[in-house]
Structures are given as structure tokens and as C-alpha cells.
Design a protein around this ligand. Sequence first.
Ligand code: P61
Length: 465
Amino acid sequence: MNIPSQNKRVWAEPYKIKMVELLKMTTREEREAAIREAGYNTFLIRSRDVYIDLLTDSGTAAMSDRQWAGMMLGDEAYAGSENFYNLEAVVREYYGYEHLVPTHQGRGAENLLSRILIKAGDQIPGNMYFTTTRLHQELAGGTFVDVIVDEAHDPTSSFPFKGNVDMGKLDQLVQSVGADRVPYVSLEGNVNMAGGQPFSMANLRELHQYCRKHGIPIMLDATRTLENAWFIREREDAYAHMSVREILREICDLTDGCTMSAKKDALVNIGGFFACNDDELFKKAQNLVVVYEGLHTYGGLAGRDMEAMAQGIREAATEEHQQARIGQVRYLGENIAAAGIPIVTPIGSHAIFLDAKRFLPHLDQDEYPAQALAAELYLESGIRSMERGNVSAGRDPETGKNRRPALELVRLTIPRRVYTQAHMDVVAQSVIDVYQRRNEVRGLTMVDEPEYLRFFQARFEPMTH
Ligand code: P61
């Protein structure tokens, strides 16, 4: 493995700041009122009550002057906008897929893909679930099957490619149900729920060969695949001298199509797309998008959004950007880990994940330790994070019970190009302060549970004992 030393000269931000947004600090009393009102769910806190917002890296990036200039070039025609053709050309050039269908964001693309390819009773193998991806697979009548390597479920494993597919698990599924019940393999770059963990090119090659042999397409979740490309460059010797752009292209060339939430890698506040090479699949997606999103040349986006996305892809597909992006996340993670606080290793690209099971060992998983820890961190310092554990995993549709996943995590997600190193120091210190009084943190009871994606809107109360 080839992880370069943290040379500060190379990871400094490759930009300077032209405009700022003022932050507001709150008092402990204000935060107590805000978290109570939010039902101890960080998704329900008003952003005006947040100091440093690490809820997500989705749609939260700072756009560049060139992206803003692109917004002024918005061609807001209902049909055939110039910006669509610009975006199509950039997606062809960087991702390499022939056909593009824009969507308002990632889940719009997941809806199209799932409805077109999944039949009732199908099984969809994937390298760990993502909430919206799995829900769309289930709504289309399919069942998600986890075929990620075991190391991904172990927060203490330092395996460098925790995003890899376990070929044995995949083969077992294909042998037991038959390849015709497996419409595609769902492959996510830099697996979000595992801690932002990459797959290796070697693993993808093996997967590609296997899938070709069995006639199963590979559908990439390209949301953070540029960040995955950076890790391949760092950790696979043969790729050390290739650009992230070349590596991205090689990844896409080994797959058949993708869904994309452009709100992450592509540095925009809204947008997504579905892309593929197959003409028939494209025709179906182009037809279905008019039902759910809008005409096939805008897919729910304004022309200006597509222009900003095209420019965002160009800026993100550079070594300077990825090195600073991932360098900042690593800086935060190393400072937290140095204090003896349990985090998921290796440090991923988009977030630091606190291991709530080890942070709060006195809480049972049905007392929602990650949810409780996220609420506590907000109370401590006004920093907003996100639960990624038992609440996010939801209930097993068969048993109706909480899934109690192996990973019970709090995600401190770093928006791209938004916060400084001094902010990261404040975050690390706040986590350390909570850790020092961790024994006082109480569990939560869920008092209101929505039917779909419950973590977004569920409400909780602190337990009294
Ligand atoms: C996030 F709490 N991610 O990480 P859309 N694939 C992948 C994603 O990370 C992703 C989507 C598809 C979000 C936003 C979010 O449970 C949650 O553009 C790998 O958000 O529709 C989104 O893309 C969906 C947060 C989504 C959540 C679902 O913060």
C-alpha cells in the first residue's frame, strides 16, 4: 500500500476564498430548546441553530466562480437546452457513458433504474446498502442482498479496500437463485454506509469478468466514485502515476451504466443523472423520466444547474481537488483518533465515523447510541452530525424488528470547500469534550416512526433511567 505522507504543502486548499457566509454561535440553553423541539433528531434542527454543519456532504459544496458564471449561462428552454448538451459532452468525456438522462438528484436516477430493470422477486446484490438505493429496489419488488467483504462490517478492520465485493458471496447468490433473477449488481464507489470505503480496481476487474460470464450488468453508484479513484491511486501500485480522471474512466468502462447524485463529487447544490451505454435501456429511461422528473433534456433541473454540474465535474476530476478534500477529512480523523476515540478505520473520503458502540458501551443498540451521541454532540457545541446505525437501517420487512446493524455510527460529514482547518480543530475538540463525559449520555426512545426512511423524520425522547 502506498499512502503518501501528509505533506501540508500539497494538501493546502487549491483555491482562495472570494465570498463568506457568517456563522452564528448559540448558547447551551438555545441548543437545549432546539434539540428538544427537533425530537432529538439532527435532521429536524433548523440550520439557523447550527454552528458547524456536518450533517452531510450532499448539496453543501461551495461552488467556484466559474460554476457561478455557468449559472448565468443557463439556457432555460423547456426542450433542448444548450446546457444539457454541454453536460452530456462532459459526462461522455469524464465518465465515458454514451447516454445521459438528467434527474433532479440521485434518488430520481435510482427510481428510473429500479423500475426499468427490477421485476418482482428479483435479488439485487450490492456492496452494502444505501438507504434510498435499497428502498427503490424494494419498491420495485426486489430484495437487496449484501455481498460486501466482511471487513466492511468491522469498524476496527484496517483493510484498505473495504468497499470490495466478496466474490464468494456473489457467486453463492447467483448459484442459488440463478442469474436470470439477478437483474444487475449494484456497485457503489466509496461506500457511504461502510465509512466512505473504496473498492479496488483489481476487485472491479474480477467482478467485471464474473458478470460478463453470467450476463449480469454492473450498475455503478457513481456518487463518490472520483473519491474512490483517489484511493485507487494511493493504494494500488499500478495506478500511482495515473490521474484520477483516467482512473474514473477505467472504472466506468468496466461497468454498464450509473446512477449519480451530483450533489457530492460534482460540487453542485442540486442535480443527478442516470447514464448507460445500452440503447434499449436508454430509451426506456428517457421515456420514464418524463413521468417522474421532467423532459429528458432537463430531468427536473434548471438549465443553469446542468451548466454548474458540467463545470463541477471538470473541477472535481483533478488531483489538487481530491488531495485537499481527502487531506482535510484525514486531518480531522487523525486528531480525533489521537485522543483515543473509536472511529472507523481506515479514514474514508467524505466523513469521520464515530463508532457509537465503543463510544457509549453502556447503551443497548435499541437505545439508539448513535442517535443519542449525535444529539449530545449538538448540545455540546452546535455541531450537527448524522446517525448511521440502527435508526438508519430501519426494520426488517419480514420480522418487523430493528435491523441492529453491525455498524452503529455517527457521521461527521465534511462539505467540500466550505470549512477551514480551524473549524476542524473545533470539531475535534468538541468530540473529545463529549468523550470525556460519555458516561453521562443517556439512550433514547423512539416516539414517532415514519413508514419510509424513518431516520429523516423520526422523533425521540431521552430515556429516564
Ligand atoms: C448523504 F441520510 N447521500 O450521504 P440524493 N447514493 C449514495 C448517496 O450517498 C446518496 C444517494 C445515492 C446523502 C443524502 C442523503 O439516508 C439518506 O441526491 C451513495 O440524495 O437523492 C445520498 O442521492 C441519493 C442522506 C440521502 C441520508 C439518504 O448525506
